[in-house]
Design a protein around this ligand. Structure first.
Ligand SMILES: NC(=O)c1ccc[n+]([C@@H]2O[C@H](COP(=O)([O-])OP(=O)(O)OC[C@H]3O[C@@H](n4cnc5c(N)ncnc54)[C@H](OP(=O)(O)O)[C@@H]3O)[C@@H](O)[C@H]2O)c1
Ligand SMILES: *[C@@H]1O[C@H](CO)[C@@H](O)[C@H](O)[C@H]1NC(C)=O
Ligand SMILES: *[C@@H]1O[C@H](CO)[C@@H](O)[C@H](O)[C@H]1NC(C)=O
Ligand SMILES: *[C@@H]1O[C@H](CO)[C@@H](O)[C@H](O)[C@H]1NC(C)=O
Length: 337
């Protein structure tokens, strides 16, 4: 009986009331070090840069439609940021699905991020309140410092001389006020994460960093794993797709024969194999797509597992190459790479 009750409880926690027939619904959840739960698979909403390295315009409703499709496909964890300029679209989609009765607010896990120009500790809460207004939500589940360095304005220059330990005090205040259930950081390197860890009794719950085949983050994953910090992996496809790969990006591409062989053995696609690999590393991938079929495909990774032979091959692609290095900020104090 005891075992049975535990099984039922586990089932409810892991699967919620999602129909099991929808593979997208079987994403497990992680318990964060502050007690809150986070779905172990998420949806990215940054439209990214075009081939001239300029931001893709965010006007229109592409993000809103993508988030609606993602919720329909079973995604419950959505990643946005004030600098993506799409919090309003994310909020409209989430609120529409709540109004329709498709999901409840507490089923959703919404992340947003603090931009570099709001790093003064007294500016943090106000910045989050503005994000919440754009999102039309009363709280976010996760609030992250987007980068460890600070600027005076939204632009690249001038830099502001603000230590991220000061910024963290503002983040702690945002959590204390209930505006963010959990707080964490993005793009901190190991030295910075250790320093933050040692500086304050309230520890980061999440580290969001680039994680893909070329950048598997072995040291950061080990540090985080040993301290109960969840790693969320951004740009999970790295340089997999030729139209997005820089000329100097190391292999593999999605047509790599060895990747195709792994995918064929599991009757899966190469993007699914990559996402499954990251998931099995303990990372929470947040793939972005505005294409309904890909949104559905990417989420369908919870009905197979990789074996040691696959893992050995996939591990071998780690070179340390980064897609997102923000070299334009490389002379900033606290630039992480
Ligand atoms: N914290 C940070 O500093 C930071 C930095 C970068 C990203 N992020 C977050 O991480 C999210 C994901 O990273 P990302 O957007 O850079 O890159 P990504 O998710 O690795 O790749 C997105 C690209 O892959 C394409 N794609 C997606 N699924 C596909 C599939 N199954 N087959 C073929 N192509 C596919 C998408 O095309 P379509 O959309 O045209 O389908 C899009 O061009 C972002 O959206 C953002 O939320 C955070
Ligand atoms: C904000 O969300 C509420 C539902 O929570 C909705 O009634 C309201 O119309 C939304 N406001 C805007 C400006 O979209
Ligand atoms: C392979 O995957 C496709 C698409 O998910 C599915 O329709 C098909 O039934 C699978 N085939 C086998 C042999 O499992
Ligand atoms: C992290 O970034 C800081 C600040 O730029 C730098 O001093 C340090 O060497 C970096 N550490 C690692 C492990 O890359």
């Amino acid at each position: 009986m005891f075992i049975f009750i535990n099984f039922v409880l586990l089932f409810v926690v892991v699967y919620g009331d999602c129909p099991q027939s929808v593979p997208a619904c079987s994403a497990p959840v992680a318990r964060l070090n502050d007690g809150h739960l986070m779905p172990r698979f998420g949806f990215g909403t940054w439209l990214g840069l075009d081939k001239y390295q300029l931001p893709v315009p965010v006007d229109g409703e592409a993000v809103q439609l993508a988030v609606l499709a993602a919720i329909d496909a079973g995604y419950r964890h959505i990643d946005t940021a004030s600098i993506y300029d799409d919090e309003d679209q994310v909020g409209r989609a989430v609120n529409q699905k709540i109004a329709d009765g498709a999901v409840k607010r507490e089923d959703m896990f919404i992340t947003t991020k603090l931009w570099n120009d709001r790093h003064a500790s007294a500016a943090v809460v106000a910045a989050l309140q503005e994000s919440l207004q754009r999102l039309n939500l009363t709280y976010v589940d996760l609030f992250l410092i987007h980068w460890p360095f600070a600027t005076e304005t939204k632009n690249i220059r001038p830099y502001a001389d603000i230590d991220y330990l000061e910024t963290w005090r503002g983040m702690v205040e945002a959590k204390r006020l209930g505006l963010a259930s959990s707080i964490g950081v993005c793009n901190f390197n190991l030295t910075q994460l250790r320093r933050l860890w040692d500086s304050h009794e309230l520890k980061p719950a999440v580290l969001q960093v680039e994680t893909n085949l070329n950048q598997q983050q072995p040291e950061l994953r080990q540090f985080c794993h040993s301290r109960g910090v969840q790693v969320v992996g951004y740009t999970p496809f790295g340089s997999l797709f030729p139209d997005r790969a820089a000329p100097d990006a190391p292999p593999p591409r999605a047509d790599d024969p060895q990747l195709l062989a792994i995918a064929d053995r599991h009757n899966k696609t190469v993007p699914q194999v990559v996402l499954r690999y990251l998931f099995e590393l303990g990372v929470t991938p947040i793939p972005k797509s505005v294409t309904k079929s890909r949104i559905e495909q990417n989420r369908d990774i919870f009905d197979f597992s990789l074996d040691e032979f696959d893992r050995q091959q996939l591990r071998s692609y780690h070179t340390g190459h980064r897609v997102v290095d923000l070299k334009i900020f490389s002379d900033a104090n606290h630039y992480p790479f």
